[in-house]
Design a protein. Structure first.
Length: 82
């Protein structure tokens, strides 16, 4: 397998984790909020707040991964032009 193909597969593997991370961060935020609501008796306010935190964390991870991937692909393109 060529080096270019290996890099492509590595990049696809890294990007495939983005969807999983988005879902997991949302579920974790929901779960933490739900448990805090049960503990403090503030149903549903903390669940909503932590759900929004989880969604925000997932999107921040998505944007960071996209920017990192773009930088790597730009660096690869510059190397190939030389």
């Amino acid at each position: 397998m060529e080096e270019k193909d290996k890099k492509l597969w590595r990049m696809l593997g890294a990007l495939s984790t983005v969807g999983i991370a988005l879902v997991v961060s949302t579920v974790i935020g929901f779960y933490i909020g739900k448990k805090l609501d049960e503990f403090f008796g503030t149903d549903p306010w903390l669940m909503i707040l932590f759900l929004l935190f989880g969604i925000a964390a997932g999107f921040i991870n998505l944007f960071r991964t996209a920017l990192r991937t773009e930088r790597i692909m730009d660096a690869e393109g510059k190397k190939e032009k030389k």
